[in-house]
Design a protein around this ligand. Structure first.
Ligand SMILES: NC(=O)C1=CN([C@@H]2O[C@H](COP(=O)(O)OP(=O)(O)OC[C@H]3O[C@@H](n4cnc5c(N)ncnc54)[C@H](OP(=O)(O)O)[C@@H]3O)[C@@H](O)[C@H]2O)C=CC1
Ligand SMILES: CC(=O)N[C@@H](CCC(=O)OP(=O)(O)O)C(=O)O
Length: 310
């Protein structure tokens, strides 16, 4: 019998890499290749590790992820990149299995998979099915708001909130005020939008979890778009999805459904459609773990698609 596939996690001491390692640690259907601490940033040793692996999971800053891909010489190596380096790059398959019915197979067949960004995961989950169904116009002037746990900023930000200076860490920070965050191009491409959305991120003094919201006005939507029809379209799209649930009308009354931390440690995501029909105001919301469905959970979900197809 041949050996189980060899998995190399490049960046396994970072926030995302550690959690992927934790999720895979007890698996018997794969082997994990780990570099000693002193060698984890040694380009030569990383090159050897990547080229000897069946699947390389990149949990690195963008520049290091590009460098890791450039180190690959073995054409059999398959890559799942958690960074934002390749999310809009031609030749890379977008690692969001629930995005379209074809996506799981596209991921399973791919050699280069780019995981969605944490915030884009929620925005695309809400928008793409609605744009595709013709319920939200592709050129709708969108503003996307989100609040994340501080771990979204990686190790340096975790240290700010959990290290010796924790007492002086801000309780809430609205950032990206130049509206130049790296995520709008990714959201635009994969949600099928013709205009760049405005994106307003924030983070709070909690470790992990995201609540993302998008307000819509029915007067700017096609006839037939309503709170109910949008909710029904999302329910139809995610009917068979194991990790994505859409709140029904009754569940939507409980604000606890939008607690950003409710899915921490899992790969689940809750979507909701709220609003004031009399005024024609609709609110789309997504709740998920930035380190789960937004990062390590999504990476393991994609890894499992590759392993199942091998
Ligand atoms: N945190 C989040 O919510 C999410 C993160 N991501 C993406 O995942 C990637 C990793 O993020 P995150 O885990 O948060 O970041 P961290 O900063 O927590 O971890 C990055 C890791 O990469 C290591 N590293 C940096 N440069 C190199 C190099 N040249 N060679 C080898 N290792 C290197 C770092 O080591 P050291 O600390 O010693 O420098 C660190 O261990 C990023 O691209 C991010 O965009 C994706 C979705 C969500
Ligand atoms: C709270 C916080 O700082 N969040 C990060 C987003 C996480 C990230 O950089 O990673 P992905 O693009 O891979 O999701 C930010 O806004 O830059």
């Amino acid at each position: 019998m041949s050996n189980p596939p060899l998995i190399f996690i490049d960046g396994d001491q970072g926030t995302t890499g550690l959690l992927i390692h934790e999720r895979l640690r007890d698996r018997k259907d794969l082997r994990i290749l780990t570099l000693p601490a002193a060698e984890r940033k040694d380009a030569q040793r990383r090159a050897e590790a990547i080229n000897s692996a069946d699947i390389a999971l990149l949990c690195l800053p963008d520049a290091a992820a590009r460098e890791a891909v450039a180190l690959i010489e073995n054409p059999r190596v398959r890559v799942i990149d958690a960074s934002s380096a390749h999310r809009t790059s031609p030749g890379w398959v977008y690692g969001f299995p629930e995005m379209t019915p074809e996506q799981p197979q596209a991921i399973a067949n791919a050699h280069r998979i780019s995981n969605p960004g944490c915030y884009p995961t929620g925005a695309i989950a809400l928008l793409r099915p609605l744009v595709q169904a013709g319920l939200v116009p592709a050129d709708y002037p969108l503003s996307i708001h989100a609040v994340s746990g501080y771990s979204g900023g990686g190790r340096p930000q975790v240290e700010q909130y959990e290290g010796p200076e924790a007492a002086s860490a801000a309780p809430f920070v609205l950032y990206g005020l130049g509206l130049q965050h790296k995520h709008p191009p990714e959201m635009q491409l994969h949600a099928g939008l013709t205009q760049r959305p405005i994106f307003l991120p924030a983070y709070g003094a909690f470790r992990q979890g995201i609540v993302l919201s998008i307000a819509l006005q029915t007067r700017l939507l096609p006839a037939g778009s309503s709170l109910e029809s949008l909710r029904a379209a999302l329910q139809r799209h995610y009917a068979g999805a194991r990790h994505v649930k859409v709140l029904d009308a009754e569940q939507s009354a409980a604000t606890a459904q939008l607690d950003p931390t409710r899915h921490n440690g899992s790969n689940d995501m809750t979507l909701g459609v709220f609003g004031n029909p009399a005024e024609g105001h609709i609110l789309l919301c997504a709740v998920f773990d930035n380190l789960g469905k937004g990062a390590s959970g999504a990476a393991v979900q994609n890894l499992d698609l590759l392993l199942a197809a091998a």
